[in-house]
Design a protein around this ligand. Sequence first.
Ligand code: NAG
Ligand code: NAG
Length: 364
Amino acid sequence: MKLVVAVIIFSLLNIFSLVNSCPPSDRAALIAIKAALNEPYLGIFNSWTGNDCCHNWYGVSCDPEVHRVSDINLRGESEDPIFEKAHRTGYMTGTISPAICQLTWLSSLTIADWKDISGTIPACITSLRFLRILDLIGNKLSGELPGDIGRLSRLTVLNVADNQLTGRLPRSLTNLSSLMHLDLRNNLLRGTIPRNFGKLRMLSRALLSRNRLQGQIPNSISYIYRLSDLDLSLNQLSGTIPPSLGKMAVLATLNLDGNKISGTIPPTLVNSRVGTLNLSKNALEGNIPDAFGPRSYFTVLDLSYNQLRGSIPKSIVSATFIGHLDVSHNHLCGPIPAGAPFDHLEASSFVYNDCLCGKPLRAC
Ligand SMILES: *[C@@H]1O[C@H](CO)[C@@H](O)[C@H](O)[C@H]1NC(C)=O
Ligand SMILES: *[C@@H]1O[C@H](CO)[C@@H](O)[C@H](O)[C@H]1NC(C)=O
């Protein structure tokens, strides 16, 4: 009798653990992913062994209800004890296997900061319809973003910064209607920013700096109510700054430095919610707008290396705060206003102009 009970309990446990373990197809996909990568220093894949990939496989988590792999989280720079023990950050070579696309329940894929993972982003990744987070920052991925990336209707985070991606921004990109965080910085992307970029209504951060983007800043960007951080710096953008950017509800950081932007500085921009404004190294002309007011609160206001003329406007002393000001390397002239926002500034903020004078430069 005791034996029978023991056998029954044993079989129940067996069934239980079977139900809990990942399906063989998910396991096979993970094994193929492991085989395409080479991680020589930490041994993070040593745990990817045995049948139950849902338990104790480093960086792998499963959905507790359907028992499918839902999360792959492999970060080369992390606080995990495995890194502290090895006294080094992560390093991997190899590629991201298209087997990843067989993990059809995947909602979060992070393979970040491994420095030397190369190859392309598997195009089939756009078939992962539950994908919410795609974070492949800090590798050596090349090739193009998948053309039909817009199919990922649940995607909230797309971070492929610090790679070597080429080609244009896919036209379908603006179909990512759940996207909140877009980070494409430091790649080799070219072409224009889609005119209908403003369709990305959920976006709060759009970081596209250090690429080879050309053409105009689309007006439609100003329709993105939640956008707080727009970084288009160090591209080859031309045309003028849309004045509507200065009317945005929560835009706090606007970096357009290092482009070929011309025209004048819209007055809306100096009396807006923007607190970090870098327009340095462009071809901006005309005067610094005389439109500062108590709403002007700048931790950074960098207008250096342009073709600005006229004097520094008197209204600038009505700004509530200006932490770092740089108007150097322009064609400004006349007395530097005296007032609280200017008391702490050094000569380097004003040098290389035509005829600025007064504290902290020489007397007028
Ligand atoms: C964007 O989505 C719409 C609606 O699903 C579709 O008709 C259109 O072809 C998509 N655009 C691109 C460029 O994929
Ligand atoms: C503004 O942009 C220029 C050019 O990219 C850069 O050199 C400078 O450090 C930036 N200014 C600030 C205050 O970050």
